[in-house]
Design a protein around this ligand. Sequence first.
Ligand SMILES: *Cc1c(COP(=O)(O)O)cnc(C)c1O
Length: 473
Amino acid sequence: MMTQVLDTPEKLYRALPSMDALLSQDALQPLLQRYGKAEFKLALNQMLAAARSEIASRQQLPQWLDSATSIFEYLADQLQASHRHSLQPVWNLTGTILHTNLGRSQQSEAAIEAVTSVMRYPTPLEFELEAGKRGHRDNTISELMHRLTGADACCVVNNNAAAVLLMLSAVAAGKEVIVSRGELVEIGGAFRIPDIMRQAGCTLVEVGTTNRTHLRDYEAAITENTGAIMKVHTSNYHISGFTAAVDEALLGKLCRERAIPLLSDLGSGALTDMRRFGLKQEPTPQAMLADGVDLVSFSGDKLLGGPQSGLIVGRQSLINDIQRHPLKRALRCDKLILAALEATLRHYLKPETLDRELPIMKKFARTQGELQLQAQRLQTALAKVYAPAYSLQIIDCNTQVGSGSQPDTFLPSVALAFSAVNGASILTLERHFKTATRPVIGRIANEQLLLDLRGADDFDALLADLQASGAAL
Ligand SMILES: *Cc1c(COP(=O)(O)O)cnc(C)c1O
């Protein structure tokens, strides 16, 4: 069909191909095969509607109706765009490694393989192969956590919010739980300690003040109705100045004397010393247990570097109560998560390879010098591709851990900084990057678009993507 100069809209409407003609057009059959009849017809309908609105607004037929080839290309683009997976890979160059909105921690190759295998084949999730009897789905993780933290046992659930809810429900429902006023945190979303307490059926007993809480405050609050004392790691903020908090060792002693369980919501739950990266040392679950905490809960996808999950480690009798609680069934993890978590924890059995194998550690371990070299390589290769609308500089920047961990600690990093020149707009570039085959997510600061290179997985692939993206500007 040729674009014709037709004078009236009626004639233009009549020149549109019919649905039947399009459905049986040979050139379009590959799209029908690929996407199925229903999706193909929907795309044809949308195409014809777009054509009609072009006639109405501009009194002409759209260009893409010119030939069978251009119709094919138009439809192929539309179908491809509407069939793009929403959970597609992106480049997280935001400068926040554990970005909750971008899916937090990436998984190791071993974890990816383990997940793929349990997706494909049946697996003894709740079956003991040697004994030939029913097993428990948390057993392997429990044994690994025993080796890594010394805990008697472990219970695995959907995330740390679930872990805190379950821990409180199983240990202290209908009773009072004592928490320092300095630790009544909000993590984000609807996770606030007072709300979780209510949800678990516990009565929150606040002690101390925002900045100072003493052992005698806890002691004075203990009654015959006390179900637990809970410590909450204030992971996402920092109070300084005239402060006092009671550490776990002291509270552990008090709790043992009074036979009250001591619980800890640790948040991140780093299992190794983070100081090797220049970060602050986080309290570890193993240190908490050694100090006399009975149950510690933490996330699987923060500093641990595994899949989204919540782990509760600690005393056998309490873990048994937790495993038997009806909420456990509602909050338990599936085989994909358990497979990824097991593979992640196995890396910790071989700590000397941790910084190579776990993507999160690999990113923390990069030096600013290494990143500087990569930045120079990218700048050299890309400067011409983005000229004349955008210029490229290399600047020093700071990477954050993210997910509320260590809000006041930064890792020195390097960013590729794009500036708009010659009347171009930096917001246009930001939008353009988001429509790339693998969208590139950076951050805007001082009218520059910064791509923090610490977050890149593979610099060759990043270079190829940025070259393609620049060429398509
Ligand atoms: C992050 C965090 C949580 C919530 O953990 P999720 O795994 O995101 O559910 C709870 N408590 C603390 C102290 C945290 O830092």
